[in-house]
Structures are given as C-alpha cells and as structure tokens.
Design a protein around this ligand. Structure first.
Ligand code: AP5
Ligand code: ZN
Length: 213
C-alpha cells in the first residue's frame, strides 16, 4: 500500500504511523523526522531547513521533494510506504504524482486526520519524544513509566523546539493555508478517507484499519 497521512500538528500522524507500518509492512517516511535528523547532524540540508522549522514555517518544496524522491526509490520502500507530513503543498502533491507515475504506481489512500484546532495545543505542549526511535509520549495522555525517560531504552526524552503554543500558531496557519488544499486535490481523485482524530488513539487505529480493509 502507498499511503499519505495528512493532518495538523498534533493530530496523531506520528502516533499511528508505527502501528500501520508494522501491520502492513510498509516503510515510514516522515519528512519532519528526516529534517530534524538533518538539523541535529548539521548537514547542508539541515542548515537550510532549520530557520523555517524553528519558526513553524514550511521549508522549500525543492528540499522535501528531493528527500522523498530519494527515499521512495529505496528497495525497502518498494512494497509500499506511509508518507507522514508529505505532501504539504499542492506543488509537492503534483511532484509526487509525477515520481510515482515514473514507477508505474500511484497513491492508494490519503488518511485525513480531521480534528479541531482547539484540542491541539494541549497535545503539542505535552509531547515528549525519544529521538533515536521516534517513540512519542504525552505527559497526560500517554505518559512514560518514568517521567522524561524512554520505556524501552531508558534514555532521556526531549521536547521539540517547535512544540510551543506560540510556534504552534504559525504551524496551524501554514496547515490551513498551504496543506488543506492538498486534501481537496486528493478528494478529486476519490482516495481520501476521513478519520475522527479527536478520539482516543485505539479508536483512531481501528478507523484506520477499517479505511484500509
Ligand atoms: P512535522 O514533524 O511533520 O510536524 P507536524 O506536521 O507539525 O506534525 P506533528 O509531528 O507535530 O504531529 P503528529 O500528527 O505527528 O502528532 P503526534 O502523533 O506526535 O513537521 C515539522 C516541521 O518540518 C514543519 O513545521 C516544517 O517546517 C517542516 N516540514 C516537514 N515536512 C515538510 C514538508 N513536506 N514540506 C515543507 N516543510 C516540511 O501526536 C502529538 C501528541 O499527542 C503526542 O504527545 C501524542 O502522544 C498525543 N496523541 C496522539 N494521538 C492522540 C490521541 N488520539 N488522543 C490523545 N493524545 C494523542
Ligand atoms: Zn509527527
């Protein structure tokens, strides 16, 4: 399966991805995770992306299209993939369609993580992540066994630099202005499934499973 997850910051894309990935043996391609790794490693790509990310703005289409073009060609992604956080502009969606057409494939499903903005601040400001594995916790909704510590490795958890109430405002603004049109783009192709992303994680998982069966 070739899937796209679209939703605002904190809607649960990164929480559901590992579950879907394991169930359908897909590769998980999260442009945000890849960009954060590049920023941490101070690669040329990371240096270009950092400023925009810190402010909650999108980085340039060319940067992320390049990352995805490389990633979807990998042997491990030939059976299918989950795109988490890409495409985020209509230009990115068009480029993706072109890349897939070259491979003779296309997107099977777009999962729309529909949720009210009002719920997102609490989710974003309470999030803790284990950067090495991508495991995500929430101080209230999904707390680790020991606060600030990863359950599996015992390593420290961190908070994302853009996970403040203030930066969230501009991330949401980018979402409504630049990414919502991507949902319309795929609606015209009749591949969008609506999820109630405000429900508890397990219920969202079963909605995902239903929409993929
Ligand atoms: P990115 O990393 O993609 O961030 P985002 O889209 O803002 O999404 P998040 O990761 O914040 O949310 P999520 O939906 O994954 O939520 P999660 O599951 O963790 O992008 C970051 C930046 O990179 C962008 O701002 C941009 O600068 C750049 N970028 C990335 N891709 C780009 C692109 N294609 N083009 C241009 N720029 C790009 O959940 C959040 C919290 O809520 C967690 O603590 C979790 O435990 C909790 N939670 C999850 N589900 C539930 C639930 N059902 N009930 C209760 N709590 C829940
Ligand atoms: Zn995420």
């Amino acid at each position: 399966k070739r899937l796209i997850l679209i939703g605002p910051p904190g809607s649960g894309k990164g929480t559901q991805s590992p579950i879907i990935k394991d169930e359908y043996c897909l590769c998980h391609l999260a442009t945000g995770d890849m960009l954060r790794a590049a920023v941490a490693a101070k690669t040329p790509l990371g240096l270009k992306a950092k400023e925009g990310m810190d402010k909650g703005e999108l980085v340039s289409d060319d940067l992320v299209v390049g990352i995805i073009d490389e990633a979807i060609k990998k042997p491990s992604c030939q059976k299918g993939f989950i795109l988490d956080g890409f495409p985020r502009t209509v230009v990115q969606a068009q480029k993706l369609d072109e890349m897939l057409a070259k491979q003779g494939t296309k997107i099977d499903k777009v999962l729309n993580f529909a949720i009210d903005d009002a719920i997102l601040e609490e989710r974003i400001t309470g999030r803790w992540i284990h950067p090495a594995s991508g495991r995500t916790y929430h101080s209230k909704f999904a707390p680790p066994k020991v606060p600030g510590v990863d359950d599996v490795t015992g390593e420290s958890l961190i908070q994302r630099k853009d996970d403040t109430a203030e930066v969230l405002k501009s991330r949401l603004e980018s979402f409504h202005r630049q990414t919502e049109p991507v949902i319309d783009y795929y609606s015209k192709k009749s591949v969008v499934a609506q999820l109630h992303a405000d429900k508890p994680p397990k219920e969202v998982t079963s909605e995902v499973q239903k929409s993929l069966s």
